[in-house]
Design a protein around this ligand. Structure first.
Ligand SMILES: [Fe+2]
Length: 607
């Protein structure tokens, strides 16, 4: 238990957010101030990376560097300003600062960006290649990204290419978004899909596709929980969407065939687009609307909620119940730092620290998460459990090697299996048999606190009656911590994400074109992230990829340095830890596009 006593949680149930797991916070001599300061320092660390945005573009008749389009003529210093405002608030009225998370009207501090009058940041791109302005020349990223550009550009100009690339882009480069998300339409869900799409179910021959198992969906309707039919002060929108995809029986390729876009942000009337009947411009728009909801869901729900928030809740209850000399506490402690203060700081610094989404306030984020968390159990998103529920089978996504048509699953399973191996050795070393687990009072207290509505509020946990049950619990927790670190890596995924329309963080216009609307490329691009939005999301990605983690998972001194358990390599847990580190190094080296980046994968959830 912490020297400061029990870790507390935000009183979110008082705000009616009953599905959410507990969100812990720290108000100690060191946190969250230290985390907030570290977030500010990361922005300083990436200044050189931003200065590498030096290629020039001409937009609206203005010729300027990518840096100038995205950030104006001079560095904004906005985040440093926000950090010092927040630091001051935390030192003088910490309770008031915390309250601002869930009662925005009670905000005791105000962070508002200063506008640089020399900025052109509200300009839309005029042609697709201009989105390459996010490719910095730092570390040769521009040159590494260049070979991808023709395909990226085609995804905005060529309707066949855009349709073809939609699933491979989402299914391949989304491990960091925890995108185990595609679902086969099964009996339980078929009626709801039919009624959502009306007569399109028949005109597109969906009944046969569904019955033969070739119909899939990407359900992003959760965004209607925070939709508002009014102008968003940020000028950014995420529409709820629902995409149906058809799988080809021979090639197993998946292509979107119909997209539903909610009108809740506009006039309440949904629009439905099909590949066959929509104009090219409207179909390209619909693909982008779907991708923007998928991107926001990936970052804020599947990554932040499932990986940061749930991990922090379990770490809180562990800290509040297990004695520090408990072997499970000792096993998890090295990887349980930073998360709680990070989540807290993210909510406190919402206006400055988050990427440029349409989610305006921390309370809006919590409301969205509350809708997402409804009926979700702790284990439900473990990759193998989720795959079973979603009807995802290896043979359906395998062409040449397992899961090569859904690489995110392949990546997830590789990290899951390495984590499971390590956890299994730890549990087998700590506990001689099932009864030793069942009789462990500390573990009982941890599970009770995690499940209690007025403590962890986590659903779906089970009593730990066996070693197998404990292994399952710990693998699920450590997987979240470890998988999260993938965010820091310069893999092909990083290059793909830097080109904003591949994973658009928002739409820049509220209106929804009709399926019959004629939109040329320039008009289409007015719906996509503008220079300011691209700048914000780019800095967000840079802070992961180019700022050093507090502690790396693989020590710089070598895989046998900084072992977690006493008695060196004679302890099987340490040997398993070394194997775990080697497995991760192999995972990194198979994907890295820059040399020597194994030290970039963090040990904790820390950024
Ligand atoms: Fe994260």
């Amino acid at each position: 238990m912490s020297v400061f006593g029990k870790i507390k949680r935000l009183p979110l149930q008082d705000a009616g957010l009953n599905n959410l797991v507990a969100i812990p916070y720290l108000l100690t001599l060191t946190e969250p101030v230290h985390t907030v300061l570290r977030m500010g320092l990361r922005q300083v660390e990436i200044i050189n990376v931003q200065y590498g945005l030096s290629n020039t573009y001409t937009i609206n008749g203005i010729t300027a560097t990518g840096y100038e389009f995205m950030y104006g003529k001079k560095p904004s210093g906005f985040i440093s300003h926000a950090v010092s405002v927040l630091q001051h608030a935390l030192e003088h009225d910490p309770e008031g600062a915390l309250k601002s998370i869930y009662e925005p009207s009670n905000a005791t501090f105000n962070i508002s960006p200063s506008v640089d009058p020399s900025s052109f940041s509200n300009v839309s791109m005029e042609s697709p290649e201009q989105f390459a302005m996010a490719f910095t020349n730092y570390e040769g990223i521009y040159e590494l990204g260049k070979p991808y550009l023709p395909a990226f550009i085609a995804s905005l100009t060529d309707v066949d290419e855009a349709t073809k690339q939609f699933w491979p882009t989402l299914g391949t480069y989304s491990f960091v978004h925890n995108f185990v998300i595609l679902e086969k339409i099964q009996e339980a869900g078929a009626e709801a899909v039919k009624s959502r799409f009306g007569n399109i179910w028949d005109t597109e021959g969906m009944d046969a596709l569904y019955k033969d198992g070739w119909l899939y969906a990407l359900d992003m309707t959760v965004f209607d929980s925070i939709a508002k039919p009014a102008d968003n002060s940020s000028g950014r929108y995420t529409h709820a969407t629902f995409t149906l995809l058809r799988q080809d029986a021979q090639s197993k390729a998946l292509e979107p065939l119909a997209i539903w876009v909610s009108g809740e942000n506009v006039d309440g009337r949904a629009r439905i687009y099909t590949r066959k009947t929509a104009t090219s411009g409207a179909w390209l728009y619909a693909l982008q609307a779907a991708k923007s909801s998928l991107t926001v869901c990936g970052i804020f729900l599947r990554h932040v909620y499932l990986w940061h928030v749930l991990a922090a809740t379990m770490q809180m209850t562990m800290d509040n119940t297990l004695p520090k000399d408990h072997p499970v506490y000792q096993m998890l402690a090295p990887q349980s730092k930073y998360t709680i203060a990070l989540d807290e700081s993210m909510l406190l610094l919402w206006n400055a620290g988050k990427p440029a989404t349409s989610i305006n306030t921390p309370l809006e984020y919590l409301t969205l998460s509350n809708a997402f968390a409804k009926d979700r159990g702790y284990f439900d998103d473990d990759p193998k459990v989720a795959m079973e529920r979603l009807g995802l089978r290896e043979q359906d996504f395998t062409q040449n090697e397992p899961w090569d048509l859904y690489v995110t699953i392949k990546d997830s399973l590789e990290i899951w299996d390495a984590t499971e191996k390590y956890v299994n050795v730890c549990v087998d070393t700590i506990y001689s048999d099932d009864s030793a687990v069942a009789g462990d009072e500390g573990l009982k207290a941890w599970i009770a606190a995690s499940s209690a509505v007025d403590e962890g509020n986590i659903r779906g946990l089970e009593q730990l009656e066996s070693k197998a049950a404990l292994k399952r619990l710990l693998t699920s927790l450590l997987y979240r911590v470890i998988a999260h670190g993938g965010t820091n890596m310069v893999f092909a995924t990083f290059l793909v994400h830097l080109f904003a329309p591949n994973y658009p963080i928002c739409l820049q216009r509220r209106d929804i074109p009709e399926s019959s609307a004629e939109l040329d490329t320039k008009q289409l691009l007015t719906y996509l992230p503008n220079a300011e939005t691209i700048g914000l999301i780019t800095s967000f990605y840079f802070a992961f990829a180019f700022a050093k983690p507090n502690e790396p998972f693989i020590p710089q001194e070598g895989v046998e340095a900084n072992l977690f358990f006493p008695s060196g390599m004679s302890d099987p847990r340490n040997r398993a830890l070394v194997d775990y580190r080697n497995a991760l190094a192999q995972f990194i080296n198979a994907r890295a596009v820059l040399p020597n980046i194994t030290g970039q994968w963090p040990l904790n959830v820390e950024s």
